[in-house]
Design a protein around this ligand. Structure first.
Ligand code: WQD
Length: 342
């Protein structure tokens, strides 16, 4: 099966591409490099010994997207492309609504026109659950108004796709990710955000290699065992595997399928920090800072549906993610040092 991966050079897209290639899928990537680097293509080739076809353009460009569909005739799309920084979305709501919605409209219009493409996997997020009434969060937990425009775009896109699937004979998997962390075990792929990291794990990575002085822990007065925020941290390689399982389910012509992808376990900020220190035998300096607007006390996934209907179970642990994340940081520093020497 030929799969078009939008945003395929990004963090989750690139890891998913490696697992797709290693499972015999034919992959075509489209990415505008707004939050990724073309070097990632070399890393994918080094890992898989296959260099997927890559088209550099914005998914919102319907003319180019149509030409790609005509030329490549993908049977499925995994739609990752979109802006995803919670804080930035609060500062630039129009940019988020325009980019995330228009890129989705473009993909759906292509699927409406090109009937050879009947399968769609959408990269959604646990943020659609808003402030949970209870945990674990299951797929039947209420969808609430998101606390930020980024989350709101995920809620809107889920609804748009579900309404589209009612009138278009397609199979759709909506996957709600919890908190992706870690990196490819080879150290060749990982999370490499431009600028100051918004999320906890990439920030930890930078502190670990001395690129940032310390971690600011946003609040220690939450209603959690150690007072710091609790989240469900899932290894990006497990998340990638979840997409292959979802594509295999779509092959069964399942119609619409909505599923959480998480570990089912919650870890606090200080818990993740300590796991990172122990996994890598290093010390991470930190200080307690004020709460961050929009943060919730805790969330973690109900995993029954993923296990029973996808056959999804996690292979990697938090310790694996901490080791893999740190290894990627070290390797990246070595590579950039060598490049600077030239
Ligand atoms: C996790 C915990 C912070 C940074 C968001 C999106 C979600 C997904 C992941 C895209 C919280 C604390 C963080 C720091 C800290 N996005 N923290 N110091 O907010 O749970 O989820 O990012 O895929 O859709 O909603 O993730 O990593 O930002 O925060 O103490 O420097 O770490 O307060 O408790 P979040 P996060």
């Amino acid at each position: 099966m030929k799969v078009l991966v939008t945003g395929g050079l990004g963090y989750i897209g690139s890891h998913t591409t490696t697992v797709l290639l290693q499972n015999g899928f034919d992959v075509v990537i489209v990415d505008n490099l707004s939050n990724s680097k073309v070097d990632v293509l070399d890393s994918i080739e080094s890992i898989c010994k296959i260099r997927p076809k890559f088209f550099e353009f914005d998914v919102q460009d319907k003319e180019k997207l149509d030409a790609l569909f005509e030329e490549e005739k993908p049977e499925a799309v995994i739609h990752f492309a979109g802006f995803k920084a919670v804080g930035e979305s609060c500062q630039k709501p129009l940019m988020y609504y325009e980019n995330n919605l228009n890129s989705t409209f473009a993909i759906l219009e292509m699927m409406q026109k090109h009937k050879f493409c009947r399968n769609l996997v959408f990269s959604s997020s646990a943020t659609v659950y808003g402030v949970p009434d209870s945990v674990p969060l299951t797929e039947s937990s209420p969808i609430k108004d998101a606390t930020n425009p980024y989350g709101q775009t995920k809620i809107m896109i889920e609804k748009i796709i579900q309404d589209f699937a009612k009138v278009e004979d397609i199979n759709v998997a909506i996957l709600r990710y919890f908190n992706p962390i870690g990196a490819h075990p080879t150290g060749l792929l990982g999370e490499d955000p431009n600028g100051l990291p918004n999320n906890l794990f990439p920030y930890l990575n930078k502190v670990a290699v001395g690129a940032l002085p310390k971690l600011n822990v946003f609040g220690d007065d939450y209603n959690t065992p150690d007072g710091t925020g609790v989240r469900d941290y899932i290894h990006v390689m497990d998340l990638a595997k979840g997409h292959v399982l979802a594509l295999n389910k779509l092959k069964e012509n399942c119609g619409l399928f909505v599923c959480n992808l998480g570990t089912g376990k919650g870890t606090s900020v200080l818990g993740l920090l300590k796991a990172y220190e122990e996994a890598n035998n290093i010390e991470i300096p930190y200080s307690i800072a004020p709460r961050r607007d929009g943060d919730i006390d805790e969330n973690y996934a109900g995993t029954e549906k993923a296990k029973n209907e996808l056959g999804f179970v996690c292979d990697y642990s938090i310790v694996d993610a901490c080791k893999d994340g740190y290894r990627f940081q070290i390797y990246s520093q070595i590579v950039s040092h060598i490049k600077n020497q030239k």
